[in-house]
Design a protein around this ligand. Structure first.
Ligand code: NAI
Ligand code: MG
Length: 361
């Protein structure tokens, strides 16, 4: 079957890592009989150079007309690039905010998975790591404190700042449904994280999650307070499958979870909306310090492509095959420089892509 994929290589290492992900997708397509039809669009600094804006309407329309979008990264050296001597809405990262908004991507998923081969890179003790961990954090992305009304004013001569944390039940319901759908594709365990002992918005969150859970009787649901969750992540990370939470809690918890996996070059992400169309990208940025050297780790982007197959195209076994190929290459001791350690075989960006693609052949 044929699928329309929009590719956004972007800036810095973006084109190098997207090229390897495409190589791996082509290998999967060949093996399982799928046709991936790619259209490349410009976003970020490269679009500024070509069109004067970080993302054109035409590019957005191309993305909207596709089945899924795979992004490398955008942006340059912030302290030392002509792209930043302009208003914020004309800078490279504005392209990213625009595409998330235009595609209405309200759910951000970040997996935190520990490869047994990379245990040394995990800062936790062996007895805590145990058999490892494999979780995804599902963070609400377009509501809550970051989008609530805010102002700063002088109240009786004392400067006072106000931020408001607002959620309505529709916003909670749509992210909860995404969370349960993802739990159904995994180990069917969902922990909903809130601060219901203090916040009204959390009490509403809990109520709506309980309602949605009735449509997913196979999923085991528990509630956890956010402060406890922060503690549990470093005490017993193996207990988690899907963590579902609001915007700010998810921002903080996903950074905490990513740190216990080792390298940023391994971490994928997905942003999903109401439809199947999602945006998939590595968690890292454009790494201008190593761009053009063919040393960047392409695995985060390759794993993002696997998420794209699973969540936008419903190609579960193809996604599993990519993940297995990545694990196999690590087992064979191949490492890019960011995850290199003694006794391993160092390889380039291109070689890593070739090795993973060859495992799929
Ligand atoms: P960064 O993630 O690009 O780099 C941080 C450090 O990690 C650097 O030392 C880099 O060399 C290393 N690194 C990142 N990805 C790697 C990979 N795949 N393999 C090996 N090493 C890797 O973050 P930084 O330096 O703060 O930002 C650089 C640019 O990226 C900025 O313009 C920033 O705005 C942009 N950015 C873009 C994002 C996106 O497009 N979604 C997300 C984060 C940052
Ligand atoms: Mg963050």
């Amino acid at each position: 079957m044929g699928y329309k994929i929009t590719l956004i290589p972007g800036d810095g290492i973006g084109p190098e890592i997207v090229r390897e992900a495409r190589k791996v997708l082509d290998a999967v397509g060949k093996k399982y009989g799928h046709e991936f039809d790619y259209t490349e669009i410009l976003m970020g600094g490269c679009s500024i150079d070509a069109y004067g804006v970080p993302l054109t309407e035409e590019a957005v329309n191309t993305a909207k007309a596709s089945d899924a979008v795979l992004l490398g990264a955008v942006g340059g050296n912030v302290g030392n690039s002509k792209w930043y001597d302009v208003a914020p809405n004309l800078r490279p990262e504005a392209g990213l905010l625009k595409i998330r908004k235009d595609l209405e991507l309200f759910a951000n998923i970040r997996p935190a998975y520990l490869y047994s081969e990379l245990k040394d890179a995990c800062p936790l003790k062996d007895e805590i790591i145990g058999d490892g961990f494999d979780m995804v954090i599902m963070r609400e992305l377009t509501g809550g404190l970051y989008f609530g009304e805010r102002h700063t004013e002088s109240v009786n001569g004392v400067m006072t700042a106000v931020d408001t944390l607002t959620y309505n039940e529709e916003e909670i319901r749509r992210i909860a449904i995404k969370g349960f759908e993802i739990a159904m594709k995994r180990r069917k365990k969902l922990v909903s994280v809130d601060k219901a002992n203090v916040l009204d918005s959390s009490r509403l969150w809990r109520k709506v999650v309980a309602e949605v859970s009735k449509d997913y009787p196979e999923v085991e649901v528990t509630n956890m307070l956010v402060d406890n969750c922060a503690m549990q992540l470093v005490m017993n990370p193996g207990q988690f499958d899907v963590i579902l939470t609001e915007n700010m809690f998810g921002d903080i918890l996903s950074d905490e979870a990513s740190m216990i996996t080792g390298s940023i070059g391994m971490l994928s992400s997905a942003s999903l909306g109401k439809t199947k169309l999602g945006l998939y990208e590595p968690s890292h940025g454009s790494a201008p310090d190593i761009a053009g050297k063919n040393i960047a780790n392409p695995i985060a982007t390759i794993l993002s492509a696997a998420m794209m197959l699973r969540y936008s195209l419903d190609l579960d076994k193809e996604a599993d095959a990519i993940e297995a190929a990545v694990a196999q290459v690590l087992k064979e001791n191949y490492r890019t420089v960011d995850i290199m350690s003694e006794g391993m075989t160092q390889c380039t960006t291109t070689q890593m892509g070739d090795l993973i693609a060859n495992h799929l052949a």
